[in-house]
Every structure is written in structure tokens, then in C-alpha cells.
Design a protein around this ligand. Structure first.
Ligand SMILES: Cc1cc2nc3c(=O)[nH]c(=O)nc-3n(C[C@H](O)[C@H](O)[C@H](O)COP(=O)(O)O)c2cc1C
Length: 487
């Protein structure tokens, strides 16, 4: 029989809230106020800032060593570097090799920091210049203006521990270089510079792409990061992606880091430093230029370039041909016969401060430069601005985190209310269940007792009939016996 007295002992499952793990964030463990270092292979720069190589002769041992001394990466521009030698027209190729070697050695005397060399793939002595960089064991080479794919002396680079960073303008170019390296050399470059259309100097874009937002650095950088990621995974090696072109403030650096960059390359800002190797008149051209003076030119190299408009460039666009002789066809793609001027000569003249016979390449932000400062001050200013932007970002993050916490607390309360009302419902359900059970039982008991009564009545009836039958039978026996006796 079901024992109703036991029903109160039925176990109601208990939910133990103490077992639930509520997410916990420890803000104190996050290091907010430090600009990240830039690691390229085994070279670690204290500051994630590469001073872009600037030719002809704009970034030599002076600028590069100053940047390296402050913890950044200083880069010597190799193209037409032999023009430093007044005898360039007699020595050309050899002058380039000699001058590059000399500048690397000078830079290394001035710093124990990181020194790189920028070499244009498009120059005819690309290989010779690369070999000098390897022999002089610079820390890294930046290879732009063309795809560094064919004939790269990878073994020599590796044994001299010289890191390689191609400069690209699209994820497609980055993919092509990395794929080809894997195929040809079973190796990959050590990093990539992505140069967007706001950069100074020659640009890796068609003219109609320069102002098209689809080709903005903010758009192409994440694509390059994604492209390189597959090689990082495959080779289990970190490949930093360095953003270049239009980086002007520390806040810009912070923003490009948010988009996946591990470092930035800057050119324009380093021109307006005391240590920049160009003549003061070149630097002053930056300070005095207005936004409207910065224009895109068609370079004889066959690529567009960004420069500060001056009389020289206006004369060229008006169809004037400048007197020039070609030293030795330094650029593969230069149209010597039709070129109205020699680009190397024009750039070298500008470096010397003779802007009547040349022009200054400049980034789209050059008009924002208002004074010449030291590399140290520039890098300190950039760091401060970076940390400020990060602090703002951190403040935003903190506010988001606090909102998330509030939500968590209200969710927890909702949960507790939910659990306790569920428990009540559950208990009510059990009580309801017991009541209906009891009713059903009682109904069954009633049924049973009425059946029992019916049965007892029938039994009584049967007993009564039985008694009557016995009596009848007895009467019949007596009657039969009497009759028999009479016969
Ligand atoms: C005056 C000048 C000369 C440059 N020369 C070269 C060069 O020889 N090779 C190269 O790869 N990039 C060259 N660049 C590009 C810079 O290395 C750098 O990537 C670019 O300027 C970054 O953009 P930003 O000027 O807006 O900072 C030059 C830029 C300037 C402003």
C-alpha cells in the first residue's frame, strides 16, 4: 500500500549556486602603458618604428643611426647612393657599392642599434647593393619598387643573419612573394612593409587607385595581415606586418596596431629632423608647403610618385625637357630617350638643396610639418601620443568592461530569481500531484468498498438461498423416505 506519510520525505533537487563559475577579469594584470616592441626575427627594436629608407641620400648614416640610437630601426637608402661622390658619372655602379659600404660602416660606428638598408628591386645594381648589405652584415634589408622574388641569395642572407622585408602595396603582391619564396627557397621573408597610397616617393598604385578608399592603408593592411597569417601558421614563425604611408602621430600608430600592424614605417616625419641627411633647404620645403602643393607626379621610372610642387615640376608638366645625361641606366624601367629629366639627378640635386634643378618627394602629410626637431624629440612625442591614444582606448575598454560587469550582476540576479521561482513551482507541482493522487486513491477506495458491499450483499443472498435449498432438500428427503416406507 502507498504510504502517504512518506511523501514529505521526497527529495527536492537542490541547485548549488556556489558551483557556478562567474567570469572574472583581472584588470590589474593588463599592462596599459607601454608601446610594444617590434621583433623581426632575432632583432628586437625597443620602439615599433621603422624610419623608411629615403633616396636619393635623404636617409644615410646620420638619420639612420640617430633613429637606431633611440630604439627605432634606422634605414639607409641605397639607390643611387654613389651620387654622394662627385665622380659618380665616371664610377656609377662602383660608386654605389663604395658609398653604401661606407655609409653602413659609418652608421654602425655611431650606433649599436638596429640598422637596415632599403634597396629598390627596380635598380640595375640591385644584386650588387644587396651583396654589400650582406657582406656588411646589416640587421635587415627592405626591398621595394618591385617584387623580390628572382635570384635572392637566401643562403647568404641567412648565414649573415640579415633579415628580409619586402615592401608591398597589396595582399596579392605579398601572397605572390611568399608563395614564390616557398617554391624557390623553401623559406619565407622575415616581415612585410605594407605601403599605402599616402606615402612619399614612388607609389605602388595606379594613379586612379591613389584616392580610391578601397586602396587606403586601413583597407589593405588587414588583408595583408590575413594573407601573412597562413604562412606564420605554416612556418610557425612570427612575421610582423609594418604599416607605412601617412603615419604622422602616435595616435596613427595606435590605430594601425589595432588593425593588425606590429610596427609602422615613417618617412615624412623623419625628413623634418636635425639628423636627416638632406640639406636644410630640402627640410624647409616641407615646412613651407601647403596641402595643395603636394601632388602626384609621373616619374620616368614608370610609377606615380608624390612630391611637393615647385617650378621644376611645373616646367616638366608644361612639357619642358631638362638637360641631363644618363650615367649608366640605373633603373630598369627608365625610358631614357623620352624621359624629360633624370629622376636620380633631380632627387640628388634636391638633397643638396638645389630645388631649382630638382624636387622633394614627400608624403601626403608633409604640409602638417611645422618645425624641425631632433629624432629624440620626435620619437618621444610619438610615444607620448601613442600612450595617450592607448589610454583613451583603455578608458573605453574599461567603461565597456564595467558595463559588462553590471550586466553580469543583473544576469546573476535574474538567474537567482529564476531558480527560486522554479523551485517554488516545482514544490507546488509536487503538492498538486499529491492532492490529485490522494483524490484518485480515495475514489478507488470508495469504488472498492461499494464493490465490497455489493459482494457482501450478494453473499448474504447466496447464503440465504443456500439455507433455503438445504431446508428444501431436507423436506424432500423426508418426503421421499416416508413414501418409500409406505410402499
Ligand atoms: C623623400 C622620400 C624619399 C623616399 N625614398 C624612398 C626610397 O628610396 N625607397 C623606398 O622604398 N621608399 C622611399 N620612400 C618611402 C618611405 O620609405 C616611406 O615608406 C614613406 O615615406 C612612408 O610614408 P610617410 O612619408 O607618409 O611616412 C621615400 C619617401 C620620401 C618622403
Amino acid at each position: 500500500m502507498f504510504d502517504f506519510s512518506k511523501i514529505s520525505e521526497l527529495q527536492i533537487p537542490k541547485i548549488d549556486l556556489s558551483n557556478i563559475e562567474w567570469p572574472r577579469f583581472d584588470l590589474s594584470r593588463i599592462r596599459w602603458s607601454q608601446i610594444p616592441k617590434l621583433r623581426i626575427g632575432d632583432s628586437v627594436a625597443k620602439l615599433p618604428i621603422v624610419q623608411g629608407g629615403m633616396g636619393v641620400g635623404i636617409s644615410l648614416s646620420g638619420l639612420s643611426s640617430a633613429v637606431a640610437n633611440e630604439g627605432g630601426i634606422g634605414v639607409i637608402a641605397a639607390n643611387s647612393i654613389g651620387m654622394l661622390d662627385r665622380d659618380y658619372y665616371a664610377k656609377h655602379r662602383d660608386a654605389n657599392v663604395v658609398a653604401l659600404r661606407k655609409e653602413i660602416r659609418k652608421a654602425k660606428e655611431k650606433t649599436s642599434g638596429i640598422i637596415g638598408v632599403n634597396i629598390m628591386v627596380a635598380v640595375n645594381d640591385f644584386h650588387a647593393l644587396l651583396m654589400v648589405a650582406i657582406e656588411e652584415k646589416v640587421d635587415m634589408v627592405f626591398l621595394g619598387a618591385g617584387l623580390p622574388i628572382k635570384g635572392i641569395p637566401v643562403e647568404e642572407l641567412r648565414s649573415a643573419r640579415v633579415k628580409v622585408l619586402p615592401i608591398v602595396s597589396s595582399a596579392r603582391a605579398a601572397g605572390l612573394i611568399f608563395r614564390s619564396w616557398v617554391k624557390r627557397y623553401q623559406d619565407i621573408p622575415d616581415g612585410v612593409v605594407v605601403e599605402g597610397p599616402k606615402a612619399g616617393g614612388h607609389l605602388g598604385f595606379k594613379e586612379d587607385q591613389i584616392d580610391n578608399p578601397d586602396f587606403a592603408l586601413e583597407r589593405i593592411l588587414p588583408d595583408v595581415v590575413a594573407e601573412i597569417k597562413t604562412y606564420e601558421d605554416k612556418f610557425n614563425r612570427a612575421i610582423p606586418v609594418i604599416a607605412a604611408g601617412g603615419v604622422f602621430t602616435g595616435a596613427d600608430i595606435y590605430n594601425f596596431f589595432k588593425l593588425g600592424a606590429s610596427g609602422v614605417q615613417m618617412g615624412t616625419r623623419f625628413v623634418a629632423t636635425h639628423e636627416c641627411d638632406a640639406d636644410i633647404r630640402f627640410k624647409e620645403a616641407y615646412i613651407s608647403c601647403k596641402e595643395g602643393d603636394i601632388e602626384i607626379i609621373k616619374s620616368p621610372v614608370g610609377m606615380p610618385g608624390r612630391a611637393i610642387r615647385n617650378k621644376f615640376l611645373m616646367d616638366i608638366s608644361a612639357g619642358k625637357k631638362m638637360d641631363h645625361k644618363c650615367a649608366w641606366r640605373c633603373l630598369k624601367s627608365c625610358e631614357i630617350k623620352t624621359a624629360p629629366y633624370c629622376i636620380s639627378l633631380a632627387l640628388d640635386n634636391a638633397r643638396r638643396g638645389d630645388l631649382e634643378k630638382g624636387f622633394a618627394f614627400a608624403g601626403s602629410n608633409a604640409f602638417r610639418v611645422d618645425k624641425i626637431i631632433s629624432v629624440k624629440d620626435l620619437l618621444q612625442e610619438l610615444q607620448k601620443q601613442y600612450l595617450c591614444a592607448e589610454e583613451k582606448g583603455a578608458g573605453r575598454l574599461r567603461r565597456e568592461y564595467e558595463k559588462a560587469l553590471e550586466k553580469l550582476v543583473s544576469l546573476k540576479e535574474e538567474y537567482l530569481i529564476g531558480v527560486s521561482s522554479l523551485k517554488d513551482e516545482y514544490e507546488m507541482g509536487i503538492e498538486k500531484g499529491i492532492a490529485t493522487l490522494r483524490e484518485e486513491y480515495l475514489r478507488s477506495m470508495d469504488k472498492i468498498s461499494s464493490l465490497k458491499n455489493k459482494y457482501l450483499k450478494a453473499l448474504d443472498n447466496a447464503n440465504f438461498l443456500k439455507k433455503e435449498l438445504i431446508e428444501l432438500f431436507e423436506q424432500y428427503s423426508l418426503f421421499k423416505r416416508l413414501n418409500t416406507e409406505e410402499i
